[in-house]
Design a binder for this molecule. Structure first.
Ligand SMILES: NC(=O)C1=CN([C@@H]2O[C@H](COP(=O)(O)OP(=O)(O)OC[C@H]3O[C@@H](n4cnc5c(N)ncnc54)[C@H](OP(=O)(O)O)[C@@H]3O)[C@@H](O)[C@H]2O)[C@@H](O)CC1
Ligand SMILES: Nc1ncnc2c1ncn2[C@@H]1O[C@H](COP(=O)(O)OP(=O)(O)O)[C@@H](O)[C@H]1O
Ligand SMILES: [K+]
Length: 498
């Protein structure tokens, strides 16, 4: 499913109205019907609709008429002042007035009504919000938030459609009914929580209008990305599903590489090789008997990959993951540099691999390998010098800029993981806060490198990885709640891939 900004949506609406000659008032009517359909499922006895003075409010006025015609008890408020309503919204406002309905603008009356209403509809601000919410509207939002149940029209008032930022104050909806496309604000930042359950409804915009906008951002829905998964031919063997190499582990940390190896096996890689320091061989061998091992020399407990082993890796690997539990040791920078210089297939750099890379990110620019970086926000901060708070508030832009500048693919982890090659963007919405647990990232790396080995390209592997990892985490959450551990996630991979 496409994800659009407010400007994209404005252009799509404009194209529908000016080029394809659909009158805006028809779109408004269809939007109102789309909201009506959801309200009827909720079976409220009485509904309070709070409208602004723009077209979002216009949707609210049209909805009020549809509900009144169906004999619902309806109260309509307009803030700051109904005399400022214009255009299509005014047409719908005037119809209500002609029907004899009183449109109130009294905050105290709204406060009373909100308490006794089964449902409050928030049609104050939509995609047309600009700047911080003005003080008078902040008060209205506070009152709306006291409601028993809230349905927001298009987007919760106060949330920016472009990045999900709360612009000073926002409605926290139970349900949001939006039109034609998802907006960034529904799945990023505070907007994700504020939107509640989001329903995307068609309102009659010709599909060409969306196509012509050339949208580059997708999220999981309509079968994407799972339809990328290829069925296996019957007459195949392990050689068809990749030799994947996972380079990781140090004397203090064997768990990360063990989890990544198990994860690669559980997600279907043909042959999984573990490259780790010799001192953890017994543990890895005991816990992952299905893997092949390349135990390496050690320097101060950290891995030292000599030329002979490096040649084996570079020669054999269909895909490499570098970094899980590796430790950040100066000489490993030299190893990473060599791999980037000599390896010409797909390379995932994760965890300590990213910390090692942060010493001099410019080595990416001369890379022969196709690189995917999978940082969490703190690792992204090390790569870019930006602070974590800024990164989290600007996830898409930060990841895009980095991917473009260093010609790699970035998978920026966290709630709403972002995958981008600098132009195309995927925003993932599977997963849950139970996955904020040690080792959860290591199993993602194992999953992605496994997909690469099986022949998916770098972008698709990252997208599928983020999606399946989140789904598997959601299934684990059903059983273990916040007590879920990384093993529970990887044990579900096979289920979803099947
Ligand atoms: N176009 C179409 O075809 C269709 C559009 N549709 C609907 O239209 C919505 C977009 O409508 P829109 O563009 O009129 O903007 P909208 O969200 O109502 O907000 C503008 C109003 O808010 C005010 N305001 C702004 N910033 C503010 C702030 N910080 N703090 C306080 N107030 C602020 C601003 O006031 P002003 O600054 O002008 O005084 C202005 O009055 C869209 O979300 C969807 O629901 C559907 O009907 C389907 C067809
Ligand atoms: N709130 C959340 N919602 C969805 N996914 C999450 C959430 N918190 C963490 N995750 C996912 O869990 C993984 C954590 O990775 P990471 O921080 O690298 O863990 P570790 O380094 O311990 O392995 C990432 O894939 C991240 O997207
Ligand atoms: K709204």
């Amino acid at each position: 499913m496409f994800v659009v900004s407010s400007e994209d949506m404005k252009q799509i609406d404009k194209r529908a109205i000016e080029k394809y000659k659909i009158p805006g008032i028809i779109l408004m009517e269809n939007a109102a019907f789309a909201v009506l359909e959801e309200i009827e499922k909720l079976k409220p006895r009485n509904v309070t609709i709070v409208c602004g003075i723009g077209n979002n409010g216009g949707d609210g006025f049209a909805l009020a008429r549809l509900l009144l015609n169906k004999n619902y008890e309806v109260d309509v408020f307009c803030f700051p002042d109904k005399t400022k309503v214009k255009g299509d919204a005014k047409v719908n406002l005037d119809i209500l007035i002609n029907m004899g309905l009183e449109i109130k603008s009294d905050l105290e009356k709204l406060r009373e009504k909100v308490k006794s209403s089964d449902l409050v509809v928030d049609a104050v601000l939509g995609t047309g919000i600009s700047g911080e919410v003005r003080d008078d509207i902040k008060k209205v939002i506070d009152v709306i938030n006291d409601a028993n149940k809230i349905l927001s029209v298009d987007i919760p008032s106060g949330i920016s459609s472009d990045d999900g930022k709360c612009l000073g104050k926002c409605v926290f909806a139970d349900i949001t009914v939006t039109f034609e496309c998802l907006k960034f604000g529904h799945i990023l930042g505070e907007g994700r929580e504020a939107s509640g359950k989001v329903l995307v409804k068609k309102i009659g915009i010709p599909k060409e209008c969306i196509k012509e906008q050339n949208i580059k951002t997708l999220t999981n829905d309509d079968g994407y990305p799972m339809y990328l998964i290829k069925r296996r031919r019957i007459d195949t063997n392990k050689g068809n599903y990749g030799k994947v190499f996972i380079i990781g582990g140090n004397y203090k940390m064997s768990g990360a590489v063990i989890l990544a190896l198990k994860s690669a096996l559980r997600s279907g890689a043909g042959l999984v090789y573990g490259v780790f320091p010799r001192s953890i061989m017994d543990r890895v061998g005991a816990l992952v008997p299905e893997a092949v091992y390349i135990p390496c020399d050690e320097k101060n407990g950290y891995i030292f990959i000599d030329e002979a082993n490096l040649n084996i890796i570079l020669d054999k690997a269909d895909a490499i993951a570098f970094g899980v539990g590796l430790g950040n040791y100066d000489e490993l920078f030299v190893t990473l540099k060599e791999i980037l210089k000599r390896y010409d297939k797909n390379l995932v750099i994760d965890a300590d691999g990213i910390n090692i890379l942060s010493k001099d990110v410019s080595i990416l620019k001369n890379s022969k390998a196709n690189v995917l970086l999978t940082p969490h926000p703190a690792e992204m901060a090390r790569l870019t010098g930006l602070c974590v708070e800024f990164i989290n508030k600007n996830r898409v832009e930060v990841a895009k800029k980095f991917a473009k500048e260093y010609r790699c693919i970035v998978l920026l982890k966290g709630a709403s993981t972002v995958v981008t090659d600098g132009e195309n963007v995927y925003i993932n919405t599977t997963g849950n806060p139970g996955m904020a647990t040690a080792g959860s990232g290591d199993v993602l790396t194992g999953l992605i490198v496994s997909l690469l080995g099986q022949g998916y390209n770098l972008f698709d592997s990252a997208v599928l990885g983020a999606y399946i990892h989140g789904l598997a985490g959601d299934k684990a959450y059903e059983t273990y709640g916040y007590g879920l551990v990384a093993h529970d996630i990887l044990n579900n991979f096979g289920f979803f891939i099947r």
